[in-house]
Design a protein around this ligand. Sequence first.
Ligand SMILES: Cc1ncc(COP(=O)(O)O)c(C=O)c1O
Length: 442
Amino acid sequence: MSPRDLEARQRRHVLYTWTAQSKAAPVDIAGGDGAWFVDHAGERWLDFESQVFNCNAGHGRAAIIEAMQRQAGELACAHPAAVFEAKAALGEALNRITPASIDRFFLCLSGAEANENAFKIARMFTGRSKVIARRRSYHGASMGALSLTGDPRRMPVEPGLWGVLRAEDPYCYRCPFGLDPASCGTRCATHLEHLIEMEGPDTIAAIFFEGVTGANGGFVPPDDYWPTVRAICDRHGILLVSDEVFSGFGRTGHWFAVDRWGVAPDLITMAKGLTSGYAPLGAVGLRADIADFFADRTLQCGLTSYAHPISCAAALATIELYEREGLIDRARALEPVLRASLEVLQTRHPVIGDVRCAGLFGTFELVRDRATREPLVPYRAATTPADVLALKRALAERRVHISLSRQNLFVAPPLCIEADDLLLGLDHIDQALTEVFGGSAP
Ligand SMILES: Cc1ncc(COP(=O)(O)O)c(C=O)c1O
């Protein structure tokens, strides 16, 4: 069956996500190796999106596949309370790699579920009901996680959960307070104090922030941002939840983005890179005393596929692979290479208004006009401008699979990418930008 026939057959009964079905853009992927994948015609694509910021360990990793196969042969289906080796070992591995504040883990199937459960745990532990989340944020598509989400994806299904308060973003290029980063006093963090005092600290259970903002713009906060947020939480007995679903597992050059600033969250949520997308798995990491709170009280959280054996085996093998190949350090080591290229491209292309980078996560923010900073795509645009579609086409013609979300073009390859392949992909971006927007001579 040709890829086209297969797509038509699939489309007849299976829906695409986050799109009008008539406008869905199928991804033709038949297999892969490292930072590359192949389509059904055998063409190689450079994966600059790691599928959906997911495949951090790279494609076709035998160690993960074999661990899953072994687990499927031994025990593929198990009760949520089942006891087996991969589950115990995964707990130990997570304890090894998460911040020292984190001691125990609740296992689920996705990033959204991880945030749902963190939300419930925060409410049960504190006895408070409100939470704070940021405007340009994404925490998952289920109703609670979408209520935490600030971006427009929540709007068609509102009203969401009651009690989600909005904080401003550490978005220095477009400071929500109109301040200059050199003298702003990190208002994006300090304004939380005012919000908390106005709402009543004893009503707020938790703050949910992405370690480094993912799909909403790749904001890497100023160095004093996370420590300031931590101190504010401590002053008011509010739990700090770091959503590391996107920014975890080496994406920003550390196991978790908060490690970059040495900050210890009370709860941490993860998924994606946890298994590198080889099997569905999410987790909430808890401080020991929060877990102990449930020693004699029921933990009102659960799911049929809790700690699914094949997902546990995939996660364990993935973590061991990150460790064995030093992939987290590798992402940190490649950060200067990526950053330098982003900056060079910025000098060559007036359409690039700002660049941001942490580990192997780079962002080009594209603008219509550098002086006014008008974004290439308005925040709540219902349609995609023709030049953005042309840029997507120009990148696809060069066989670069990449995420262009509103005005942000994200560079997020598997962490095993060779430096030459990283530069090759950036060169393709350079060419595609020139083709669509012109650009200036080097
Ligand atoms: C920061 C963040 N949190 C949560 C999620 C939701 O994860 P999932 O799609 O696995 O439910 C995502 C997904 O992109 C994410 O980027």
